[in-house]
Ligand binder design. Structure first.
Ligand code: PLP
Length: 218
């Protein structure tokens, strides 16, 4: 696959779902991809990227951002509190707000810095013990707690369990979005983004379908 093929298939799904063409944001997940491949996609004009590690993103994106305007960077991996300040400065969107301690820290940084990246809450829809994310039963209260700290929650994000039908998780996340009046839904990866678009994804996170298989496995 390639970026243009992914765009084509994503447009097809948008039409099938009666949604506006190009209304779904494609986040090109560039983690562990060689810089040449990332730069090739930048040269094609794509500007929206996702990284799952703060340190790796810090090594790569400041210089890309100098050379290419209007890059939009999404953090899609767990955020440790000792990296929060750096993430706050580098990322336009943090998709992995997943616990009260991090919310408090981000609220304090917002007060201090006078701005805040766009925030999505990661939901552990499969209730998997090894995965980060807010449990479904805790979500509504967590959203209210964030809002009471003046944190605006723009979206919800999920990573379905490997061996389950992703559509179940997409529809679950959508219900949570609707009942909490949240604007964006980040769901769907290389193997299932077409289905995610049918279920209302506003953001899909696509790595291998754009760049090819990752050499290292995270
Ligand atoms: C790596 C990653 C992706 C992209 O996975 P692909 O299957 O390569 O599309 C999407 N979301 C998250 C959270 C990831 O860590």
């Amino acid at each position: 696959m390639s970026l243009s093929q992914v765009i084509k298939l994503s447009n097809q799904s948008e039409r099938l779902a009666n949604r506006k063409v190009n209304s779904v944001k494609l986040i090109a997940v560039s983690k562990v991809q060689p810089n040449e491949k990332v730069e090739a996609v930048l040269k094609e004009g794509h500007r929206c990227f996702g990284e799952n590690r703060v340190q790796e993103a810090l090594n790569k994106w400041p210089s890309f951002k100098e050379n290419y305007e209007n890059v939009e960077l999404h953090l899609i991996g767990p955020l440790q509190t000792n990296k929060a300040r750096q993430a706050f400065e580098l990322f336009d969107v943090i998709q992995t707000l997943d616990r009260p301690k991090l919310a408090i820290l981000l609220a304090n940084l917002t007060q201090e810095r006078g701005f805040c990246p766009s925030l999505f809450i990661q939901v552990n829809t499969g209730e998997e013990p090894q995965k980060t994310g807010v449990l479904p039963k805790d979500l509504d209260i967590f959203i209210k707690d964030c809002q009471s700290m003046d944190l605006r929650i723009d979206g919800l994000m999920c990573i379905p369990p490997l061996n389950e039908e992703p559509a179940l998780h997409f529809s679950l996340l959508r219900k949570m979005q609707e009942r909490n009046n949240i604007r964006f839904l980040s769901m769907g990866m290389s193997s299932d983004y077409e289905s995610a678009i049918m279920f209302g994804a506003t953001h899909v996170r696509i790595g291998s379908a754009i760049f090819g298989e990752r050499v290292a496995n995270f």
